[in-house]
Design a protein around this ligand. Structure first.
Ligand code: SDX
Length: 428
């Protein structure tokens, strides 16, 4: 049997053979299907890209039915168990796990770029004390495009490497500055002796102690969470990063757009929405009423459901296990009981089972962040920090893909028929 699709256009009786490759047909192969020479030809219509592959990628593989997630072929469970976020970021960007020498150079270079320009402090002073930190992050990272005009040299590999380092290194520092700005506390400069995640915790939580050392269990837990959030193939924010980058804008500007996409409650803002939902439910006895509201369409069970995973999100399994390790140190988050009972009920209820709605990466992560002392509005920022590695890896892959060009979807026009302008005095 040939790898082709035979299509008969019943409007003309014409038959067409469309090649099938990697389980897809090329949308452009539909354009030959016309009713006459003046016909534009067929397009595919796919609002929200439910069934459209936008690219070929070698970075992340997901099997939504089997609950499989792999970065560059490595199962997420093994990376969470044995790797670090910084090593995983190297893997996503370069395609291979680093040797000891490569890792040492990578860590040294990242550490050399963690300090933001001093002017950023004045930039941050322009934000209200209660400004959402996600707004501060995307605005500040976007503003870096004005500090580093060399970032526009996107076809120069050395420049791309430098911007990759700057983005990965500065995202946590800006996030920590945003947190300290809201708290009215002095900014803490990076300390390279602590490693990527330990340094981040110090920049956030250092008080008046002469030496701050993060709890090793909490540091490892956050590093695992960073690994789990580092990439996820063509999600909404990565699609935004690719689309913005396809016009050949610089990667800092593309980051701002990707972070804006991530901040939505249906995407990376879901971890914040989950915590607010759990707080609103409050106690286990109020869960049945909430579930009825969800089934009636009046509410959403935030942290549940996924466009790709129609089974348990493998990241949620790891996060749930990590939560117990964190609570050993911080004390059990009382909202965990609400979350566990919510999951138990939902996984037995036909409304959720029939729609294949399972916990996703955001369902349990917020419980950990809250237990670690993060305010709820920092949760999406904690998602954006590690996703920086995925965004920049996907951005570069798009830029170097010979099949890619500026992203410009078509449309089906459903508006008014042609009509003549009517002067204002004669409008009804
Ligand atoms: C992330 O894409 C990625 O990879 C994202 C991400 C990543 O790492 O980048 O994995 C991170 O964004 C995880 C998702 C976080 N968002 C949430 O937890 C918000 C709650 N979830 C949903 O809003 C929803 O499930 C989405 C947005 C995640 C997916 O939406 P889809 O694929 O467009 O599905 P849909 O909205 O069309 O829902 C299908 C049906 C609908 O019911 P019917 O119209 O068929 O009756 O399922 C229902 C929906 O109403 N449904 C839910 C639900 N999610 C879907 N009903 C109640 N609660 C929910 N959470």
């Amino acid at each position: 049997m040939a790898d082709t699709l035979t299509v008969i256009d019943n409007r003309t009786g014409q038959q067409y053979e469309l090649p099938i490759k990697d389980g897809t047909i090329r949308a452009m192969d539909l354009r030959q299907i016309r009713t006459d020479a003046g016909d534009f030809g067929l397009m595919s219509y796919d609002p929200a890209f439910l069934n459209t592959a936008s690219c070929r990628s070698r970075i992340t593989y997901i099997d939504g039915d089997k609950g499989i997630l792999q970065y560059r072929g490595y199962p997420i469970e093994q990376l969470a168990e044995h790797s670090t976020y910084l090593e995983t970021a190297y893997l996503l960007v370069f395609g291979e796990l680093p040797t000891a020498a490569q890792y040492a150079e990578w860590e040294r270079t990242i550490n050399a770029h963690t300090i933001p320009h001093e002017n950023i402090k004045r930039f941050l002073d322009g934000f209200q004390h209660d400004a959402h930190p996600m707004g501060i992050l995307l605005a500040t990272m976007g503003a870096f495009s004005t500090y580093y005009p060399d970032a526009k040299q996107i076809f120069d590999q050395a420049s791309r490497r430098l911007q990759t380092i700057r983005l990965i290194a500065k995202a946590p520092s800006v996030a920590a500055y945003a947190y300290r700005h809201a708290a009215g506390r002095p900014y803490i400069y990076p300390d390279a002796s602590l490693g990527f995640t330990g340094n981040f915790l110090r920049m956030l939580f250092m008080g008046t102690e002469a030496t701050y050392r993060p709890d090793p269990v909490l540091e490892r837990a956050l590093d695992v969470l960073f690994i789990l959030h580092a990439d996820h193939e063509q999600n909404c924010s990565t699609a935004a990063m690719r689309a913005i980058g396809s016009s050949q804008s610089d990667p800092f500007s593309a980051f701002a757009g990707a972070a804006a996409a991530l901040s939505g409650p249906l995407h990376g803002g879901a971890n914040e929405a989950v915590l607010r939902m759990l707080q609103e439910i409050g106690t286990v006895d109020r869960i049945p009423a909430f579930i009825e509201q969800v089934k009636g369409g009046a509410d959403r069970l935030m942290g549940f459901g996924h466009r790709v995973y129609k089974s348990y999100d493998p990241r949620a399994k790891i996060i749930k296990k990590t939560a117990y390790e964190v609570f050993e140190v911080t004390g059990r988050n009382p909202l965990l009981d609400v979350a566990l009972e919510l999951e138990r009920i939902a996984l037995e209820d036909d409304y959720f089972v029939s729609r294949r709605l399972y916990p996703n990466v955001d369902f349990y992560s917020g419980l950990i962040y809250q237990a670690m002392g993060f305010p709820v509005d920092m949760f999406p920022v904690l998602f954006a920090i590690p996703r920086t590695a995925g965004w920049i890896a996907q951005w570069e892959e798009m830029l170097l893909d010979p099949e890619q060009k500026i992203a410009r979807p078509r449309q089906v026009y459903a508006g008014a028929a042609p009509r003549d302008f009517v002067p204002r005095e004669r409008r009804g």
